[in-house]
Design a protein around this ligand. Structure first.
Ligand SMILES: [Zn+2]
Length: 310
């Protein structure tokens, strides 16, 4: 699902909540009105409310409002007497800010934003990962490693300027355990927090999904592959971990990277391979896309294995 579809879906859910809350309250009201004592006082209240809305002299409105207050108190007493909790007559909305309208002052309410974010996180694929974020970054450790420090600064700038950073794509190159995946997770989490549609996957899983997609119906395939082609940011972790299947893996990877570049959609890749390995494994066509200097910044990671410190 793209962001608009998610927004429509979640807004619909919130509005359904609203409708259900109102129906529930309405049902209780109908039951209460079945009791003559309550019905009588409720009729008085309605007539008085009508009178108040028609009255435009504020001096005359004040006593009417007082009378309304008294009637309401009385009505509540009657409700308690007939065994109905007066609170049940008021619709119980989930969101007190927008009363489950989803929209507040013409903008998505926080409740809608949160709902969208949850869907984005679920479909991003990072729910099963450790949820590192920039808040977890120990700047002292980062400063110990010059290449990590540099990458960290670029990553933060990339996020702050997203999607307008000088380079659309990044490629993190370096040995295992120098902080590439950690930094990618921080970036993904930060963008998700800001409600961007981010998809985080390993090259291995993307390859597997692309292969599985050949065995399903056209519609299912569209749904399966949409995250790779529609996400605002695709993060491919650990390029090189996937098995190369002849006539499949390379063309799939090329299709994703090429299509995303054509649509101006950013992609960030990490790999443990060095440039020579990448060249040899993926060939010129993919290499020229991955390392297109105009839109891609390659960031080398060097140093000792950070995970050894923990
Ligand atoms: Zn709300």
């Amino acid at each position: 699902m793209n962001k608009n579809q998610i927004m429509r879906q979640e807004l619909e859910k919130i509005k359904t909540n609203r409708l259900n809350a109102e129906l529930k309250a309405k049902r209780v009201l109908l039951i209460a009105r079945g009791e003559p004592e309550y019905n009588e006082i409720d009729t008085k209240i309605r007539q008085l409310k009508l009178k108040i809305t028609k009255e435009d002299n504020p001096q005359k409105t004040a006593p009417l409002l007082k009378e309304l207050q008294q009637l309401n108190n009385e009505a509540n007493k009657v409700l308690v007497k007939i065994g109905i909790d007066p609170k049940l007559l008021i619709p119980r909305y989930n969101c007190k800010k927008c009363n489950d309208l989803g929209i507040l002052n013409g903008k998505p309410c926080v409740c809608l934003q949160n709902a969208i974010q949850n869907v984005l996180i679920t479909q991003s694929g990072i729910t099963n990962h450790l949820k590192y974020s920039f808040d977890d970054c120990d700047e002292a450790i980062i400063k110990e490693n010059k290449s990590l420090e540099k990458a960290y600064k670029i990553a933060k700038k990339y996020i702050d300027e997203f999607p307008k950073f000088q380079y659309q794509n990044l490629i993190f190159i370096g040995d295992v355990g120098v902080g590439k995946t950690f930094l990618l997770e921080c970036m993904a989490n930060e963008l998700l927090k800001r409600s961007h549609y981010v998809v985080f996957s390993t090259a291995f899983d993307i390859n597997k999904t692309m292969i599985n997609a050949f065995n399903v119906s056209y519609n299912e395939r569209e749904t399966m592959l949409a995250p790779f082609f529609e996400s605002e940011l695709l993060i491919i972790d650990d390029l090189g971990s996937e098995p190369i299947i002849r006539n499949t893996t390379l063309s799939n990877l090329f299709t994703i990277i090429n299509e995303r570049q054509r649509l101006n959609l950013p992609t960030i890749i990490s790999t443990n391979l060095n440039i020579e390995d990448i060249q040899e494994r993926y060939g010129d066509r993919i290499m020229s896309r991955l390392f297109n200097k105009r839109i891609c910044l390659a960031i080398p990671f060097t140093g000792k294995d950070l995970r050894m410190n923990k």
